[in-house]
Design a binder for this molecule. Structure first.
Ligand code: FES
Length: 332
């Protein structure tokens, strides 16, 4: 069974608002790490320390072309003076990765929001990590942490070819805990063989393209609940909204009520009422716009909450989520 704790690597459109928590960092290094993959090192102004982060965290990059994109931190979490991200050039993308590859240069300053973590590593006796391509980025710090904690862990890392797979050099020191499986050498990943029989006490973390995550979910279907946690590069296609009629939002802190019509988001409706909620991806994948729900029944349309969290109904991501009830009361 899966906890789909997901966010998108590279998600927002040009209209994304800047994050008020954003800080300006300098590109200290930019170097190729694999075919189509560049690594960026981002450093703060002299004398400053960066915010702490834990494995699974991501940052928002405010790119020169005006887009905001999310990238997993994949460097040393104990180094307070630099963040590292790795970016795959996506020829069919909407320009975020191309801006990183083609426009961003060493010495440039860039707005950075976060870090935030929607994919945390939870304590476990055993970890099985499954990475596909650039999906290695959030898992690399997890591997480091699991190893530091002396946990029982293994990583299955697939990619099109060895030359397309970043960080193989850093993983080489872990010996046979890491199974490197380029598709042009070994074919599709042998997930059942890697995972073994369903058993308790194991956490499976997977990140990669949608077909790999679907295959991992299928392979974990008979495992205990909450075994699998996944992180996606793109949000899964949400189902149709639960209602196609307007609903009301009451802003509890001011008592103001706004109407949300089918063509508007809750985020836009509350902004028009003068309440600015931070947002970044506007696609329900980054977690920035999380808002507490005090009453009413949200129609969750994000890619972040687990089934359990959805049922609790006490928070929602207002860039995409809507309402099932006629009225929602939000802590705004
Ligand atoms: S702005 Fe990213 S989840 Fe709402």
């Amino acid at each position: 069974m899966s906890d789909t704790q997901v966010f998108e690597t590279g998600s927002a459109g040009p209209a994304a608002r800047s994050d008020a928590e954003a800080t300006t960092l300098r590109v200290a290094a930019k170097r190729p790490r694999a075919d189509g993959v560049v690594e960026l090192e981002l450093v703060p102004p002299a004398g400053r320390r960066l915010r702490d982060w834990a494995p699974g965290a991501h940052i928002d990059l405010q790119l020169p072309n005006g887009m905001t994109r999310q990238y997993s931190l994949c460097g040393d979490r104990w180094d307070p003076h630099r963040y590292r991200v790795a970016v795959l050039r996506e020829p069919d993308g909407r320009g975020g990765s191309a801006a990183v590859h083609d426009e961003l240069a060493v010495g440039d300053e860039i707005g950075v929001g976060g870090p935030r973590n929607n994919f945390p590593l939870v304590p476990s006796e055993q970890y099985l990590f499954v990475a596909g391509g650039i999906g290695i980025t959030p898992l690399l710090p997890m591997v480091v942490q699991a190893d530091l904690l002396d946990a029982d862990w293994r990583l299955l890392y697939g990619g099109r070819s060895r030359s397309s797979m970043a960080f193989l050099d850093e993983l080489a020191g872990y010996g046979d805990r890491v199974v490197v499986a380029p598709q042009d050498e070994t074919g599709l990943l042998d997930l059942p063989g890697f995972l073994g029989r369903p058993r308790p006490g194991v956490r499976v973390y997977a990140c990669g393209p949608a077909p790999l995550l679907a295959a991992t979910e299928a392979a974990c279907a008979d495992w205990p609940e909450h075994t699998l946690r996944t992180e996606r590069f793109v949000a899964a296609e949400p189902a149709a909204p639960a209602r196609r009629t307007p609903f009301e939002i009451e802003l509890a802190r001011t008592g103001v009520t706004v109407q949300v019509t089918p063509e508007r988001t809750v985020l836009d409706a509350v902004a028009e009422a003068g309440v600015d909620v931070l947002s970044s991806c506007r696609r329900g994948v980054c977690g920035t716009c999380e808002t507490e729900v005090l009453a009413g029944e949200p129609d969750h349309r994000d890619a972040l909450l687990t089934d359990h969290e959805r049922q609790a109904g006490d928070c929602m991501f207002i860039c995409v989520s809507r309402s099932r009830s006629d009225r929602l009361v939000l802590d705004l």
